[in-house]
Design a protein around this ligand. Structure first.
Ligand code: BGC
Length: 756
């Protein structure tokens, strides 16, 4: 449902609403606009942060209080708590001529104080209802602390695990990414923005930010329209179709014009084609950064952005300091300023801030709503559902609850590294370490712990990682001494559990890596532990797919846990000791080596596909590596096994605009109850443009008791058969289709149908 429609429904009690078509503007906003001076209008376009929290640029705003009182601020981010927010709101409401309330923004990316797994982890649950509930709880907690506007969901498709922000999104796939965008927007905004426990969401980073060249953050993007429309834009569009209230423009350029000043993107596509009627905010100083992009001075780039369709300027104050001059010089029009201002006022109106600017300010709410037991219970559930079992070597998992366990690794006894990147509102000290979680879940186990190795031995890298607090410490002892201690414990134990991988800030903003393997210090530790011959379990933490060829070849079990959030240790213990059977599936392909990147499942066939796994001259392959990934998209094991059979389509022939029903039998043939994500991939045999070898077009997560068989039904909608052709028309072309159904993107059960 569109935002304006929501607003109309919510306000019908107050106004006579003639019709949705006629409701292009909100009468009260129009009346207010008539009273506003040009300075007051420009003031609404200014978004500031007083600093003190997390600042992701080198600049923070100055004289915030004075600016609010002078009517030079439309919104504020980086502050929280009813008291602070009330003080700031008072400045706006009581000290300015028109008393226009402020928006209060924040980055609540994976939970507010109850931190959930990082988004790439949450996505691995393939559980849309769960993701929606995490967003609802995030909104409940944030609004309890006075915040009404969230800079989430981040829906950038990424096929490059070098990019540190792959951790913040849903991975490589536009179909899955679109479902997740929908779930998150619905979770944050609910169906009533006027309510006190819902908030305005922001879809970001519009657009294509995840396609930064070479995986280097903030790097250029250059992409064909076909690739944009078919592969990268769908999740943003899904958020807009769901009624997201705001859009954040990205740092990168698109077709040579930075997103924040790109009229094709912000107006032609977003407004004219997609009919978005909320407001667009820049990313942190992204307007100013157009100077470095080489597009002119601050006045020029600010005018360019406004004219392109940007409404609010985050932190950089180019709008505040130059738009009036540009108006006087005829470089922008008053209408353009009014339009941007209108959109921001409408958002405030839609939130109900004009009725009650203090609606989110209730001193009792933080204690009542934040970090409640049920919120933490959801964090535990979300975390265990986000884990992906990559290998269960000689079935080392699950562990006996009375085993003697050597729990090794710096990350095994860390609170600082459990929340993951972009959790500025969370408190690492509230998180459950893995050692503690093991003790909670298996009180009869005999657990010894040693660090074994530093997360990295490189002090220069450690310094870069420790920007938001100490995540990596380098032990005073030598590597040999630490290793010997761990090996000695391993030899005494029934089983060794090594917690290895990345520290929190190895991923996230401005945290790209050129080498995405486990750091050398820990690789040595893993080798030494494996050499003891004891059963080995690797609990792997990372915010990205890793290059893991060496470790995957070991006779070990490997559980990928991402960064699990505030309930980390408990959730990991739940899975390791078998209270929960892992069900997560990868949402980004894991490469064998960095040279294969970008690597993803929906590749094109090319004119010279490699016919077998072997190298062949003059075919599309490498001399020194296979084409295949280490772990495919959709991959993830369980403690049990599932058998697929009997794939059927209800009809072999369908007409345009008809859905198709697909059924498959799935049997749990192993020894545990478990959940399976049944995945459906589609191939259009002949198209007017080159096409992916297969694309995800449906999935269903089902629970199967040990021995149980279920018939799973999936529906292909008419939209699922469509794609953007060379004229950028969204069409389905008649002809033959193949479907593949199975446990991951290498699914082999196949059926055929054709479209008339
Ligand atoms: C990030 C955004 C974030 C903003 C505000 C930027 O650096 O790219 O994702 O919302 O800062 O904190």
């Amino acid at each position: 449902m569109k935002l304006k429609v929501l607003h109309i429904l919510a306000l019908t009690a107050f106004f006579a609403v003639p019709s949705i078509q006629a409701q292009r503007t909100i009468p009260e906003v129009e009346a207010l606009l008539k009273k506003m001076t040009i300075e007051e209008k420009i003031g609404q376009l200014n978004l500031v942060t007083p600093g003190g929290g997390i600042a992701t640029g080198s600049v923070v705003s100055s004289n915030v209080e004075e600016k609010i009182k002078a009517g030079q601020v439309g919104g504020l981010f980086g502050i929280s708590g009813p008291e602070k927010i009330k003080t700031a709101q008072d400045f706006a409401v009581k000290k300015t001529r028109l008393g226009i309330p402020l928006l209060f923004g924040s980055d609540i990316i994976h939970g507010y104080k109850t931190t959930f797994p990082i988004p790439l982890g949450l996505a691995s649950s393939w559980d849309m209802e769960l993701m929606k509930r995490t967003a609802q709880i995030a909104a409940l907690e944030a609004t309890a602390d006075g915040i009404n506007w969230n800079f989430s969901p981040m829906v950038d498709i990424s096929r490059d695990p070098r990019w540190g922000r792959i951790s913040e999104g849903a991975g490589e796939d536009p179909y899955l990414g679109s479902q997740i965008a929908k779930a998150m927007v619905t979770g944050y905004q609910g169906d009533d923005l006027m309510a006190k426990n819902t908030m305005l969401a922001t879809v970001k980073h519009f657009a294509l930010y995840g396609a930064a060249e070479a995986g280097r953050d903030y790097n250029s993007v250059d992409m064909s329209r076909l690739k944009m429309f078919n592969e990268y834009l769908p999740p943003y569009k899904a958020a807009i179709d769901t009624g997201v209230g705001s859009v954040m423009s990205s740092f990168n350029d698109i077709d040579g014009i930075p997103a924040s000043g790109n009229k094709w993107l912000l107006t032609d596509l977003l407004r004219d084609d997609w009919e978005f009627n909320g407001f667009v905010v820049s990313d942190y100083t992204s307007v100013n950064e157009m100077i470095a992009h080489g597009l002119g001075d601050l006045q020029a780039v600010s005018a360019l952005s406004l004219k392109a369709g940007l409404d609010m300027d985050m932190v950089g104050e180019g709008f505040l300091t130059t738009l009036k001059k540009s108006l006087e010089e005829g470089k922008v029009t008053e209408e353009e300023i009014t339009t941007a201002c209108r959109r921001i006022l409408e958002a405030k109106f839609n939130l109900g801030l004009f009725d009650d600017p203090y609606k989110y300010i209730d001193k009792k709410r933080p204690a009542k709503d934040i970090l409640k037991d049920e919120n933490r219970a959801l964090a535990r559930e979300a975390a265990k559902k986000s884990f992906v079992l990559l290998k269960n070597g000689p079935k080392n998992l699950p562990l006996q609850k009375n085993a003697t366990i050597a729990l090794i690794g710096d990350l095994a006894n860390s609170k600082d590294n459990m929340l993951g990147t972009w959790a500025p509102t969370g408190d690492p000290q509230l998180s459950v370490s893995i050692l503690q979680g093991f003790k909670n879940v298996a009180p009869n186990a005999i657990i010894s712990h040693a660090k074994g190795a530093n997360i990295t031995d490189d002090p220069a890298l450690a310094k870069k990682i420790n920007v938001f607090g100490e995540r990596v410490t380098i032990d005073k002892r030598s590597a040999e001494v630490m290793l010997a201690e761990a090996v000695a414990l391993a030899k005494e134990a029934d089983v060794v559990v090594a917690v290895v991988g990345e520290a929190t800030e190895f991923t996230g903003e401005s945290s790209s890596r050129a080498d995405i393997s486990i750091p050398q210090s820990q690789k040595k530790l893993i080798r030494a532990l494996a050499a003891t011959g004891k059963p080995l379990v690797l609990v792997l933490m990372s915010g990205r797919p890793l290059v893991l060829e060496e470790e995957l070849a070991l006779p070990a079990s490997i559980l990928q846990v991402w960064f699990p959030g505030v309930e980390a240790g408990n959730a990991i213990a739940d899975v390791v000791f078998g209270d929960y059977n892992p069900s997560g599936k990868l949402t980004a392909t894991w490469p064998r080596n960095v040279g294969q990147i970008p690597i993803y499942h929906s590749i094109k066939n090319t004119g010279r596909p490699q016919p077998t796994a072997e190298f062949e001259k003059f075919k599309s392959n490498y001399l020194d590596a296979p084409n295949t990934p280490l772990l495919p998209f959709g991959y993830g094991l369980s403690y049990t096994e599932f058998e697929y059979s009997n794939l059927k389509v209800t009809t072999a022939q369908i007409n345009q605009n008809e859905p198709l029903t697909v059924t498959v039998s799935v049997k749990n043939t192993g020894d545990f109850d478990g959940e399976e994500v049944v995945q459906l991939y589609l191939k259009d045999v002949v198209r007017s443009i080159t096409q992916p070898v297969k694309q995800l077009k449906g999935f269903k997560k089902v629970m199967l008791k040990k021995g149980e068989t279920k018939q799973v039904t999936l529906t292909l909608t008419p939209e699922d058969l469509k794609f953007y052709n060379s004229n950028l028309e969204f069409v389905a072309e008649p002809g033959d289709f193949e479907i593949y159904v199975g446990t991951n993107s290498e699914a082999t059960l196949t059926a055929k149908f054709s479209l008339n």
